[in-house]
Design a protein around this ligand. Structure first.
Ligand SMILES: [Zn+2]
Length: 181
């Protein structure tokens, strides 16, 4: 909305009220993924205080291995701005991006990345591969992390707990089935 001069240099600083509001929208999108049985991750892209793209994780339902929340949001923003590059945009995502998504974020020239919970296994920013630290990319991406992280990881835990419960109900075809009475 109005000028937000704090947004220029936020890496490592506390989240602004805008950050929290946009991350809440990303969390709502994550819930839409969960409602479709997809791993709950949501992403939103903002420029000058306006949402220009949004997406949620949907690789299973769309038969598309690249349909992660960030990629869907990048495609949406590219269409709405009619540009394959998205300079000056901030991408909010509920979970730390994987290598594919971080690569796409860099290709799109996103200015700032804000994510919620870390993804210890596939995360490519502060976990796992830490792609931004190896000096390969000359695009500078500002990063803020930990924004509403607890809500994001609670969504993930609920989702996987529910999925385990369902696969138990489905009987001995799953490994969990052996534990059934
Ligand atoms: Zn990804």
């Amino acid at each position: 909305m109005s000028d937000n001069n704090a947004a220029g240099d936020l890496a490592g600083q506390p989240a602004t009220a805008d950050d929290l509001a946009f991350m809440r929208e990303a969390l709502n999108l994550a819930q839409r993924a969960a409602a479709r049985g997809e791993v709950p991750v949501g992403a939103i892209i903002v420029r000058n205080g306006q949402v220009v793209g949004q997406g949620f994780n949907q690789p299973v339902g769309s038969h598309d291995p690249s349909a992660h929340a960030e990629i869907c949001a990048l495609r949406d923003a590219g269409q709405s701005l009619q540009n394959y590059r998205l300079p000056g945009c901030t991408l909010y995502v509920t979970i730390e991006p994987c290598t594919m998504c971080l690569g796409a974020i860099i290709h799109a020239r996103i200015a700032r990345l804000v994510f919620g919970a870390v993804e210890p296994r596939y995360g490519a920013v502060s976990s796992g591969q830490r792609l931004l630290e190896n000096g390969v990319y000359n695009h500078e991406l500002q990063v803020s992390s930990g924004v509403l992280a607890e809500q994001a990881s609670t969504l993930m835990k609920q989702f996987f707990r529910q999925r385990r419960a369902i696969s138990k109900d489905q009987g001995p075809s799953t490994e969990a089935g052996a534990e059934l009475q």
